[in-house]
Design a protein around this ligand. Structure first.
Ligand SMILES: Nc1ncnc2c1ncn2[C@@H]1O[C@H](COP(=O)(O)OP(=O)(O)OP(=O)(O)O)[C@@H](O)[C@H]1O
Length: 297
């Protein structure tokens, strides 16, 4: 185990105070018990925190987000342990109750092509409205305000299918905000976004005052915006804490197999502690003639 993982270290008192408390969560997909994707994960998240889940490809980050909102798998899956939201077990909530509390943006959220951005955003109202009810003036104000916050006003009457990957990503985040959730689960929300929109999106979700759990690959962005980081490796929680506590050179080497210099810096004005990571790039490998890489050329 790397670093000071606080896995399983919080007490039941913390769990009661926590907005989200994940308790001994394990997930296995498929018939074999050896296909464990999450192994005995426990952590607590305070109300209003922005929590980043980081780790290498296949570590279990998206699976952890799915487990938190009780995603249904189309093959045998066994989920042990439980997730509590403000002291209530998520698996006992109805779908509507869950949708009023938790909004989710997955990487592969699919939508029909021939719907406008406005129509996509309006689907975010569904959990809170009776079936077949009209969009009120307040609803329209909410939708247009959130579209403006996410720099989507000029696309609002365009077909969703005609947008670029980054524009679609912003629409899906906006739809989640229209849901007005207490908890926002975002799977790689900065994927596809240029640096300006990455900064704007993370600043926006940070300013909302809702509890946010997001998966993210860019450790510098994670360090800059997250209050708490969870580091997953091979389905286990190997570190949990504030970014400057968690993201050490040793952890990055151990978990990502990359050498990195980690500098702790302080903002001159606010004196807030921040970290900045610089990766050491190994010299490029030369491909021997006749090797698989050379034959592909
Ligand atoms: N439905 C499924 N059936 C079988 N295996 C699955 C399923 N979903 C996920 N897995 C496996 O579980 C492991 C964790 O997957 P997950 O998508 O959670 O990783 P991740 O950390 O989000 O990865 P990435 O950074 O590549 O998005 C992977 O090995 C993946 O192949």
């Amino acid at each position: 185990m790397v670093n000071q993982s606080s896995n399983n270290s919080y007490t039941s008192g913390d769990a009661e105070l926590a907005h989200i408390a994940v308790e001994h969560l394990s997930l296995t997909i498929g018939a074999k018990a050896t296909n464990a994707i999450l192994r005995d994960i426990s952590f607590a998240v305070e109300c209003g925190s922005l929590v980043g889940i980081v780790g290498p490809n296949g570590a279990g980050k998206s699976s952890l987000l799915r487990a938190i909102y009780c995603h249904r798998y189309d093959q045998p899956a066994s989920l042990a342990g439980q997730v509590m939201i403000a002291g209530h077990p998520v698996h006992l909530m109805s779908r509507r109750e869950r949708a009023c509390k938790i909004a989710v943006v997955l990487q592969e959220s699919a939508l029909p092509f021939e719907v406008t951005v406005r129509e996509v955003l309006a689907t975010g109202l569904t959990p809170r409205k009776p079936l077949l009810s009209f969009t009120s003036k307040d609803d329209t104000r909410l939708i247009e305000g959130i579209a403006a916050d996410l720099d989507l006003t000029r696309f609002i009457d365009r077909d969703f299918g005609s947008l670029s990957g980054g524009e679609k990503q912003r629409v899906l985040i906006a739809r989640a905000l229209v849901q007005q959730p207490q908890i926002l689960l975002l799977d790689e929300p900065t994927n596809h976004l240029d640096i300006q929109h990455q900064i704007e999106t993370l600043s926006l979700v940070r300013s909302l005052g809702v509890t946010v759990l997001l998966t993210i690959h860019d450790l510098n962005m994670a360090a800059a915006y997250c209050d708490q980081l969870l580091v997953l490796n091979k389905g286990q929680l190997v570190a949990n804490g504030e970014p400057f506590q968690v993201l050490t050179s040793e952890l990055i080497q151990d978990v990502f197999q990359v050498a990195a210099d980690v500098a702790v810096i302080r903002n001159t004005y606010t004196h807030e502690r921040r970290i900045r990571i610089a990766y050491d790039m190994p010299p490029s490998r030369t491909i021997a003639p006749g090797s698989a890489g050379e034959r592909r050329k």
